[in-house]
Design a protein around this ligand. Structure first.
Ligand SMILES: [Zn+2]
Length: 131
């Protein structure tokens, strides 16, 4: 190997080592950027899943089940024969509400929602408006 070839080989090896080092640094920067982006996206995904759960719950609370009708702010269940069940259901919890000795306004024992009518008024509401 002549002197010129040795010099050329030295320059090539030195330059390629420099290029390789530069590429390794670039690769590490890209990996770090992707890790940061991955962590950011994981956080966003967690927040979106939490928000989705809240919205699904709210939607479920606001929706009226197929066999119910909403009247006077509460739900009434439609029986298979077409009649209306003589029970008021909470519009949020979809559970039966109670009226103490038919004198108090219907109230939900779960969320404390209070209807605008008493147990005593219920038969007339059903008879005049829902049948
Ligand atoms: Zn309720």
């Amino acid at each position: 190997m002549d002197w010129f070839s040795m010099l050329e080989k030295f320059i090539n090896e030195h330059a390629s080592a420099g290029i390789q080092k530069e590429r390794i640094i670039q690769r590490d920067e890209i990996i770090q950027h992707l890790r940061d982006e991955h962590n950011l996206l994981k956080e966003k995904n967690t927040l979106l899943n939490e928000k989705n759960e809240i919205l699904q719950r709210e939607l479920k609370e606001l929706s009226i089940p197929e066999n119910f009708i909403k009247y006077r702010g509460v739900l009434f269940s439609k029986l298979p024969d077409g009649r209306i069940d003589e029970c008021a259901y909470c519009p949020t919890c979809k559970t039966p509400m109670y009226s103490i000795q038919e004198a108090t306004n219907f109230e939900c024992s779960r969320c404390r929602f209070v209807a605008s009518f008493t147990g005593e008024e219920l038969p007339q509401i059903l008879r005049d408006n829902l049948k």
